[in-house]
Ligand binder design. Sequence first.
Ligand code: UD1
Length: 378
Amino acid sequence: MRKLKIVNVVGARPNFMKIAPIYDEMRAHPAIEPYLLHTGQHYDRAMSELFFNNLGLPEPDCYLGVGSGGHGAQTGKIMIGFEKTMQEIQADLVVVVGDVNSTIACGLVAVKMGIKLAHVEAGLRSFDRTMPEEINRILTDQISDYLFTTEASAKDNLVREGIDAEKIFFVGNVMIDTLLRHREKAAQRTVLEALGVKSGDFALVTLHRPSNVDHKEVFIGLMNALSALSTELPMVFPVHPRTRQRLTEFGLIDTLNACSGLHLVDPLGYQDFLKCMASARLVITDSGGIQEETTALGVPCVTARENTERPITVSEGTNVIVGRDPQRLTDAVRRILRGESKRGRVPTLWDGKAAGRIVNILWQNEGAPDAAAWGTGS
Ligand code: UD1
């Protein structure tokens, strides 16, 4: 019997935890042959390899090794490498997740080769086309055959953009599948002791969006607010490589290292980061995924962005959007410290079973004829 060949694409850090549960489900399926392809968009040990180990992902079947570069160069390199690999694999379907450059690059190649495309986390919109991710989302959704969504707003966005409702499947959130699977293991980590902070008594900070860290004035304003707040609440700040470059370029490292309450550390592995998130008094971030993870954990989240493509984290979850204004950030943090945070609830279908739903839908639609053959033993 010929198995259904599915290529699962990862490229950048937030992709790894989304593909992990999908890949696991496919591996357990008797008639699916899953491949794992890493474009190499992220390549540092702390940004990539550590996550593979933490999440129990095997070595990728294919590694394109594209590395960093301008958007055009990076996207182009991924497309060239991916096309070559796909000619060898002869896959039936490609699964891409999220909104990074690897997502659109591999999606475009797949559809042009006549290979079916599934997009996980479809339909999210910030309505801000200056974000590279927004362009990646819109274009990937336009060319996908299967659009798997995490929240109701996503379907509205897709239908408004002319996508056939029959291609849209509300399945829940694969990132939360991973979070729930790793929660217990994460609880046993001793990272708080290593960082010198106490559970419930520190803020966790992540900032890496170009709109925050690439603009000197904006970034300095945010960092000043954080260093002032760190006298009220210790802060742990795992620093993304892009952010580290800017801190150096703008001459901020020494000043920040001198703030005793502000701990700048290297990017953490998945379980250590999860332990920090679950134990934090609050989280300050500009990430997309962390807005969702804090909502699932019930931890207050302050988002330093002008918008969110994940509105359910605000309407139902613990997220507040404060923009890039240091004063609004400071006020929001102080409100939480006074006990005025939102309690929030976990959104529908963020129940740890999203990956199973995705693989079922793909199998029912793409694998059924062979499934009959499998059943008769032919
Ligand atoms: C990418 C995604 C963003 C996601 C983020 C998570 C796009 C357009 N952006 O942004 O949506 O939130 O990943 O981390 O795809 N670098 C290293 N080592 C690495 C990776 C990057 O040093 O392993 C440095 C490089 O100097 C690079 C810079 O970080 O130029 C930015 O990396 P890049 O992959 O271009 O985008 P991110 O900012 O990480």
